[in-house]
Design a protein around this ligand. Structure first.
Ligand code: FEA
Length: 159
C-alpha cells in the first residue's frame, strides 16, 4: 500500500523540556518517515529494509518507554500506572501488526505502521507525556542512548 498522506512531523510545541526525551521523540518521527519510504518503495531490498526498520522501531519502543518509566518511578510520579498502561497498549498494537506482517508478508499491513506511530506519538506526547512536564527534568532522566536502555543496561539513573 502506498502511504501518500503526509506524515506529521516533530514541532517545537511537542517539547516536554527534557532534552533526551525530546531527542527520542524526534527519532520516532524520523523512523516513521523512513518506514513510510521503505513500505511505499517496492524494490529488491524492500523486505530487508522493512525488517531493519521494524527492528529499530522495536528497540526504540522498548528503550524509550523504559527511560520514561524508570524516571517516573524514581520521581514517584502519580500517574505512573496509567502511563505504563498507555505504553503497553501501544506496544501491543505495534507487535500485532509486526507479527501479522511477518506471517503474511503483507506490505499493506506494515504500511499502516508509520501513520499509526506518528498519530499515536502526536496524541500521546501532547496529552500523556505532557503531564510529567516539570516533574521529569534534564537532571533526573537517564540520558544514555536508547540502545543501552533497550539492552537492559538501565539499572542506574542519573540523579
Ligand atoms: Fe510516554 Fe514518549 O512515551 N512518546 N513516545 N513514544
Amino acid at each position: 500500500m502506498n502511504q501518500t498522506n503526509p506524515l506529521p512531523e516533530w514541532t517545537d510545541d511537542l517539547s516536554v523540556n527534557v532534552e533526551i526525551i525530546d531527542e527520542d521523540h524526534q527519532a520516532f518521527f524520523r523512523l516513521a518517515a523512513l518506514m513510510n519510504d521503505v513500505t511505499s518503495t517496492p524494490d529488491n531490498d524492500q523486505p530487508y529494509l522493512i525488517e531493519t526498520s521494524i527492528n529499530i522501531l522495536e528497540e526504540y519502543i522498548e528503550g524509550h518507554f523504559l527511560r520514561e518509566q524508570k524516571a517516573m518511578a524514581k520521581a514517584d510520579y502519580a500517574y505512573l500506572v496509567e502511563h505504563i498502561a498507555a505504553h503497553d497498549a501501544f506496544a501491543d498494537r505495534v507487535t500485532r501488526i509486526i507479527q501479522d506482517y511477518r506471517q503474511t508478508g503483507s506490505i499493506e499491513k506494515i504500511g499502516t505502521l508509520a501513520h499509526l506511530v506518528t498519530d499515536w506519538l502526536n496524541n500521546h506526547i501532547r496529552v500523556v507525556d505532557a503531564q510529567y512536564k516539570g516533574i521529569l527534568t534534564n537532571a533526573n532522566v537517564d540520558d544514555r542512548p536508547l540502545v543501552y536502555m533497550a539492552a537492559g543496561l538501565d539499572t542506574e539513573l542519573v540523579s
